[in-house]
Design a protein around this ligand. Structure first.
Ligand SMILES: CC(C)(COP(=O)(O)OP(=O)(O)OC[C@H]1O[C@@H](n2cnc3c(N)ncnc32)[C@H](O)[C@@H]1OP(=O)(O)O)[C@@H](O)C(=O)NCCC(=O)NCCS
Length: 151
């Protein structure tokens, strides 16, 4: 399995994986637009076939955000999600970012377990965050303490 940068030719396949993974979709145009905006966008490739993706960006000056991560249903529990998230965190850690956070559906216990392996902690629950009324658990990890200029 390799982790590499997303290329526009992966768009259809990424959209397919998103569709099988979430009730609510960003839509294929949003993926294209986010990519053109220069967000972090990686895919996992297994024997030449894209099986997962992660999208991330810097939301505020010192805060990284995982926008979305998903692995094809038929290829889960093989470590692809872990490899994608490890790489995304490593890239964000090269920047002066203190915290990475994400939102996950409160009913998505599998994903919460997945994130806990990375030491993500629960920050708070946002009721009604998703269109269908489900709440979101906001999770975060600290990468480093605030840099104070002059130190
Ligand atoms: C969450 C997701 C990306 C994990 O991808 P993955 O490639 O299956 O994850 P990994 O194989 O790297 O899993 C690593 C560990 O995370 C935990 N984990 C992953 N999925 C889990 C699940 N469904 N239930 C419980 N623990 C889980 C396990 O500890 C697992 O280790 P193990 O397989 O040795 O037990 C994948 O399940 C997915 O695409 N889900 C649908 C989309 C989604 O929920 N995205 C995240 C929400 S924002």
């Amino acid at each position: 399995m390799i982790i590499r940068k997303f290329a526009p030719t992966d768009l259809k396949r990424v959209f397919e994986i998103e569709n099988m993974s979430f009730d609510q979709s960003y839509g294929i145009n949003m993926f294209q637009q986010l990519y053109e905006m220069g967000i972090g966008f990686l895919v996992a490739e297994h024997e030449g076939y894209v099986i997962g993706y992660v999208m991330f960006w810097i939301k505020y000056e010192n805060q990284g955000h995982i926008i979305s991560i998903a692995v094809d249903k038929n290829y889960r529990r093989m470590g692809a999600g872990t490899q994608l998230l490890v790489k995304a965190i490593a890239i964000l850690a090269l920047l002066p970012i203190e915290t990475i956070y994400l939102e996950v559906n409160e009913n998505n216990t599998g994903a919460v377990e997945f994130y806990k392996n990375f030491n993500f902690k629960v920050d708070r629950v946002v009721p009604g965050y998703y269109e269908n009324g489900d709440g979101a658990i906001v999770m975060y990890i600290h990468l480093r303490e605030r840099h104070v200029s002059g130190e």
